[in-house]
Design a protein around this ligand. Structure first.
Ligand SMILES: Nc1nc2c(c(=O)[nH]1)N[C@H]1C(S)=C(S)[C@@H](COP(=O)(O)OP(=O)(O)OC[C@H]3O[C@@H](n4cnc5c(=O)[nH]c(N)nc54)[C@H](O)[C@@H]3O)O[C@H]1N2
Ligand SMILES: Nc1nc2c(c(=O)[nH]1)N[C@H]1C(S)=C(S)[C@@H](COP(=O)(O)OP(=O)(O)OC[C@H]3O[C@@H](n4cnc5c(=O)[nH]c(N)nc54)[C@H](O)[C@@H]3O)O[C@H]1N2
Ligand SMILES: [Mo]
Length: 787
């Protein structure tokens, strides 16, 4: 498999003192070495605040320093001493700020005042909260609510998200585009078809008990680094970890644990993946079906010989539907086809199947490598099929484990950020608040983008995030935003979405997760739901960035009061005086999930939301777990030999959180000081006459007649399967077509963007030396230096 590829640049283990050094560097860049280190100690602990970075769960017994390198970067970024205040806006026009990089915009510091755009000066100017709400309300009330979009980004707490959807529904719309629509919506939609719930079935207890782990299309070393501690311990116990990923992600190869004196001294680290299958982008459907084929073949042989069965026959009979059809289908799949679509050898897939068969308790995790494809849902359902074969779901140590992105992206959906709410939810909502919600379904992210392109959006309001930068077809959609009558962004940092603004535009500064949120003099707690369905409290402690920053629930309450006070008997500002009152309302609207909500979040570690599939209760139409497959679909992106192009994966560097760019380095991929790179296979480079350092332009290979381009990427030879290449998101988003997306959920297919590559100029190679010495090991639970 390795022929024609360059070795991965990184040989040294991930984690290590490199991670600890990075934390201190980021704290000191934000001028908060002491404050930041103190804040980090209360992160992810009962009574403290939840990490604003990823959605990995908190253990019941947290470590002294229960955080990771990237969580620390997120805190440093939020707790920074730098400020983007009215004086800053007075010095810069919006036109000028558009020329700033994404990094520079956010690195300028925290937003401090509500700002209103003045088209005469092309500047944002300070405005009082009262005037801002009055202006926004006046605009909104003129509009057809079906032409208003309310976006949510996944850092928003349950309380704020619940209030946000309430405001939207009282206003008269179900248009709730969500960051999840670009992320795990595939899971939310495809998983229920298989198991009756769109969430994972495992808890940390299962992680501790499992005896084989499959990691498919996920990069935990960067995106959920606290998972690395578990992987490290598992690998040490001899639990096989099998990875399927087109890129060799360094932390999945080796990782150094600070708690191990031997690793500390030698810097050797622990091997993480026992087997690493570098499959072709989009090859997961066939890789998984190939494994199922091997498992079923082994079972057929065992049965013929009268030996113990390999399949969990009792589980399949009692709990599943569609096994025979699936088994016949994979039995008939030709190995050459499987090898063609996966770019893996039959023996490799059979080896993965043997590891699966030898284990008694298997967990399979997945991330964006599965969800962000045209047939992402189909791939995910093959993961479930594999688990069903040996009853690896709904018992200790086994199950399905989607790893969510933003720290509360899962919770936002649970409390009602949903364009297709159920009738039960709406009728409870109507009863609890005395109004009638709209029944017509609304827009998700892709549909909101389509509406913008068609000129059918009059107001776009965002609770956090950087919508216009995160979406596909960045250039085309961005060009239409100035036609929108009103844009409102509730945010902590200035970003590009604030600069590509509507005719009237506002930026409203929010408190961050880490900050003390006082209402009526009392410190408030918000709640979040992690990837394992655990709901727990988060209480900020740091002094707010400015006296003018307000909490998200406060902002929504006052905006709602100014806009829709007359439409429903809701005491908006009374509810926001004590967030327990909002929690009481959440319990009233979703009683089966949030029983005794406000009491239970006071238990250390919080509580788990009900999860049928984890108890083998299948809320599907067949009332069983369904073996699902589509014989027409063999590849997540419909590659066809008659349409040659490359598959571009848009990925995250180690120094970014989505569109927030902490720095230009990607330590684990060995690139520093540069994000405008494309990682390519050397054979592809030779075929296309490209050399390292050449600057290229991507052109979209979607056959829809629309020209999309993104230029300025330097070629880096990399260990990536032939035909696939990788570059960083969001710099690539102009070349992505909005129409190229998961068929079920509309999730943009950001991991298989069809592109052609043209050289623009010859250039100097980007230095991408391996980080030779991580002399100081460290990693998951870093010791906190005494400041
Ligand atoms: N520090 C940090 N933490 C984050 C984020 C961040 O940007 N920075 N983002 C947060 C968010 S919102 C999310 S959604 C998560 C994202 O976390 P991940 O799911 O890890 O997301 P990515 O890094 O985009 O891609 C995951 C992996 O998929 C692989 N891949 C690409 N195509 C394929 C394929 O066809 N098959 C397989 N098997 N693998 C493939 C890529 O090589 C990459 O290693 O992380 C969250 N946490
Ligand atoms: N090509 C490509 N595109 C992608 C992806 C990809 O892998 N490839 N990934 C997709 C995924 S998985 C996701 S989740 C989306 C992310 O899309 P978003 O969630 O919209 O984007 P973020 O970059 O996370 O948002 C960053 C901004 O959030 C604001 N912010 C931070 N903290 C807070 C807070 O506490 N409150 C408020 N009100 N605002 C805050 C800051 O102003 C900051 O500028 O992007 C998607 N787009
Ligand atoms: Mo995400």
């Amino acid at each position: 498999m390795a022929e024609g590829r360059k070795a991965a640049p990184e040989q040294a283990p991930a984690g290590g003192w490199g991670a600890l050094n990075a934390v201190e560097k980021h704290l000191s860049n934000q001028k908060i070495l002491f404050k930041g280190n103190r804040a980090l100690l209360s992160m992810n602990k009962p009574g403290g605040f939840d990490c604003p970075s990823c959605a990995w769960p908190d253990p019941k017994k947290p470590h002294i320093a229960e955080y990771c390198e990237n969580g620390a970067k997120a805190v440093a970024w939020e707790a920074t001493k730098k400020r983007t205040d009215p004086a800053f806006f007075a010095d810069h026009t919006v036109e000028e700020l558009k020329t700033w990089s994404d990094h520079a915009l956010e690195d300028n510091g925290r937003l401090t005042h509500p700002m209103r755009y003045n088209s005469m000066t092309d500047q944002y100017e300070p405005v009082t909260w009262e005037a801002a709400f009055a202006d926004i309300a006046e605009e909104l009330l003129k509009l057809d609510p079906k032409r208003v979009e309310l976006y949510t980004s996944g850092r928003t707490s349950n309380e704020a998200a619940f209030f946000w959807q309430l405001f939207g529904r009282v206003l008269g719309t179900n248009n709730f585009p969500d960051c999840s629509d670009m992320c795990h919506a595939t899971t939310t939609v495809a998983l229920p078809e298989s198991i009756g719930i769109g969430k994972g079935t495992v808890t940390l207890d299962d992680w501790e008990a499992c005896d084989a782990l499959f990691i498919i299309g996920q990069n935990p070393g960067t995106n959920s680094p606290r998972m690395m501690g578990y992987l490290h311990d598992m690998a040490k116990r001899g639990v096989p970890i099998v990875t399927f990923n087109p890129l060799k992600e360094r932390a999945l190869l080796r990782f150094t644990d600070p708690q191990s004196p031997v690793e500390m001294l030698t810097g050797g680290g622990q091997q993480i993946s026992s087997r690493y299958f570098q499959l072709r982008t989009g090859g997961d459907i066939m890789a998984l079906q190939g494994m199922c084929k091997a498992v079923i073949a082994a079972d057929d042989a065992a049965r013929e010989r009268g030996e113990a069965r390999i399949l969990d026959v009792d589980f399949i009979e009692a709990h599943t539907h569609g096994f025979e059809a699936f088994a016949d289908y994979v039995r008939a799949l030709p190995w050459p086809d499987i090898e063609y679509y996966t770019a893996l050898r039959r023996e490799e897939i059979e080896e993965a199947a043997r590891i699966y068969m030898r284990a008694e308790r298997v967990i399979a995790c997945w991330g964006m490598g599965i969800t962000q494809h045209k047939h992402g849902g189909d791939a995910m359902q093959q993961i479930l099929n594999l688990l069903f074969l040996r009853g690896n779901i709904g018992r200790l140590g086994a199950g399905a484990c989607p790893i969510r992105g933003h720290s509360n992206v899962q919770g936002d959906r649970t409390v009602g950020i949903n364009k297709t709410p159920t009738e039960s939810f709406l009728s409870h909502l109507d009863k609890a608040f005395g109004f009638t919600s709209p029944r017509e379904f609304g827009h998700d992210t892709a549909e909101a983008c389509e509406a913008i392109l068609k000129g059918e959006v009059d107001a776009f309001l965002a609770m956090g995030g950087n919508f216009f930068r995160a979406i596909p077809d960045f250039d085309r959609i961005g060009a239409k935003v100035p036609d929108i009558g009103l844009t409102v962004h509730v945010a902590t940092k200035l970003n590009r979405s604030h600069l590509i603004h509507g005719k009237k535009a506002f930026i409203l500064p929010a408190l961050g997760r880490t900050e003390l949120d006082l209402q009526k003099g009392e410190a408030q707690t918000v709640t979040v739901e992690d990837s394992f369905c655990m709901v727990h409290g988060s209480t900020g402690r740091l002094k707010p960035a400015s006296e003018e920053c307000r909490s998200e629930p406060w902002i929504i309450a006052h905006l709602a009061k100014a806009t829709v006070a007359g439409r429903a008997p809701i005491d908006w500002t009374g509810l926001v005086e004590d967030y327990d009152r909002i929690r009481d309302k959440i319990e009233e609207v979703i009683p089966d999930q949030f029983t005794r909500f406000k009491e239970r979040i006071r238990e250390p570690g919080g509580f788990r939301l009900p999860n049928g599939a984890s108890e083998r209760i299948w809320n599907t139409p067949t009332k069983r777990a369904n073996f699902l497959f589509n014989p027409e679909i063999r590849d997540q992106n419909d590659q066809s030999p008659d349409h040659p192009h490359m598959q571009l994966m848009t990925v995250r560097s180690h120094d970014q959180f989505n569109t927030t760019i902490y720095s230009y380095n990607d330590r684990y991929r060995g690139v520093s000081g540069e994000r405008m790179v494309v990682f390519m296979n050397e054979m592809d480079m030779a075929e296309q006459g490209l050399s390292e350092g050449d600057v290229i332009e991507f052109a979209s290979a979607d056959r829809d007649g629309i020209e999309r381009r993104a230029a300025g990427f330097k070629v880096v030879a990399f260990d990536v399967p032939k035909g696939c290449c990788a570059a960083y998101y969001p710099e690539t988003n102009a070349v992505m077509s909005l129409a190229h997306r998961d068929e079920r959920s509309n999730t943009p297919a950001a991991k298989s963007v069809p592109v052609t590559i043209a050289r623009v100029t010859q250039g100097e190679p980007v230095s991408h030396e391996p980080e030779v010495s991580e002399r100081f090991p460290s990693g998951r639970h870093m010791s906190v230096p005494t400041a």
